[in-house]
Design a protein around this ligand. Structure first.
Ligand code: GLY
Length: 413
């Protein structure tokens, strides 16, 4: 666990509800505010609570090694005070460590603590930790409850909400070298509660925050039919406040984006929809392009805000931003969106200091070939989520290869 970080001013707590078909009762709450992690388990476990077994119950805290001590200590103190027996599993949050062996080590820690069905796992960290801990909770004793405490913007607005959990698989290729299949295994396991403590965003490196903003821009491009048509325009207007790490602006950003994600998940929890907008698959907007470029070595780009030369690989959110530009270009070429949308997306990414032009990309044919390995490919056809008019989406499986190639060429430096 890492360095000290000053506390942010207390914000009012917003509560959003997520109700899915897989959760027959009241669904779960997503809390957005500050200073919330320490009480994240309250009401779910502890003296006199259901699952408390007359004593305090047990909790396994799965925590990212980079989380500051000050974030986790108040939680531990409160668990002690409530008589909850706890253990901590510290996880190195890297794609290589998002593995079946880390999953197994987490499950063993749960077993050593004698965690039972009424007990709790509490995950504190970014998307890698929330995905892995969620997976452990989904399969330990065929399912225990999990409280997700995402500490990055990306995990708050995406990974921790909606019940997708995952680990990567290391699979040897024909050349004998191991390749990483990202999120190749996992289960759907909705959390018991999600706690978005925006105070933790103050300790987040700016590059990480910007990366999360790309997922928010994605939500802005698809929220037209999801009760927040103004999200994209509002996000454009407040972009500087997010970059200045204003607690109030970030809390509103998280709450509005969680509300959009919740509506998508409620309508299509298991990504089974065949609607033209893609159902939950619409959240893949920009991602088919992103997955094909985010692991590529040897990329370079200029941070548009600071003029600094950066060298790849890209962070997930950075690749998503580039993917949003490509998707908007394809959409404009097919006359599905406003003519100005690609320029609007680029301008927003530039304002946020996210890359829009990349040096060192391989030939477009090679990138399209890599896009063909995406999990969303059906019957060998590339299915692209495209942003269309009025901040809505369409799934298209018939986009000419030359249109896709032209969109990729346009982000080439
Ligand atoms: N991250 C995409 C989803 O939750 O479906």
């Amino acid at each position: 666990m890492g360095k000290k970080v000053a506390r942010a001013a207390k914000l009012r707590t917003r509560t959003l509800k997520v109700k899915t078909a897989g959760m027959p009762r009241a669904g779960y709450s997503v809390l957005v505010g500050s200073g919330l992690i320490e009480s994240s388990f309250e009401g779910l476990i502890g003296k006199g609570q259901k699952g408390g077994k007359g004593g305090g119950g047990r909790a396994l805290v799965v925590v990212d090694a980079k989380i500051p001590r000050e974030t986790i200590e108040p939680l531990i103190r409160n668990l002690d005070r409530a008589g909850v027996r706890w253990a901590a599993k510290v996880v190195t949050a890297s794609e290589a460590d998002k593995s079946l062996s880390t999953l197994e080590a987490t499950l063993i820690e749960a077993a050593r603590l004698r965690l039972e069905r009424g007990d709790l796992i509490i995950a504190v960290g970014g998307g890698i930790v929330t995905d892995l801990a969620g997976f452990a909770a989904g399969i330990y004793r065929r399912g225990v409850r999990i409280v997700q405490c995402p500490t990055t913007l990306l995990a708050m607005v995406d990974a921790a909400v909606g019940g997708k959990t995952a680990a990567n698989l290391s699979v040897p290729g024909e050349d004998g070298k191991a390749g990483l299949l990202k999120n190749a295994v996992g289960v759907f396991h909705q959390p018991a509660r999600v706690v978005c403590d925006v105070a933790s965003l103050r300790s987040l490196p700016l590059r990480e925050l910007k990366s999360g903003l790309a997922e928010c821009f994605k939500h802005g491009l698809l929220s037209g039919g999801l009760g927040d048509r103004a999200l994209l325009a509002w996000t454009e207007k407040r972009c500087d406040d997010f970059l200045a790490q204003s607690g109030a602006a970030l809390a509103e950003l998280v709450a509005r984006n969680v509300a959009v994600k919740a509506r998508v998940v409620q309508a299509d929890e298991r990504e089974e929809s065949t609607k033209p907008d893609g159902g939950r698959m619409m959240l893949n907007l920009g991602h088919t392009f992103a997955h094909a470029i985010e692991t590529l070595p040897g990329l370079a780009w200029k941070d548009p805000a600071q003029g600094v030369q950066m060298v790849g690989p890209l962070k997930h959110g950075e690749a998503v931003g580039v993917g949003l530009v490509c998707a908007a270009r394809v959409s404009a070429a097919l006359k599905l969106c406003e003519k100005g949308l690609p320029a609007r997306v680029e301008a927003l990414l530039n304002r946020a200091g996210l890359p829009t032009r990349i040096e060192g990309l391989p030939a477009s044919e090679q990138i399209i070939e890599r896009m063909g390995h995406d999990k969303k490919v059906a019957a060998g056809k590339l299915r692209l989520v495209l942003p269309i008019k009025a901040c809505r989406t369409r799934i298209r499986s018939d986009v000419p290869v030359k249109t896709i190639a032209a969109a990729i060429d346009a982000v080439r430096l």
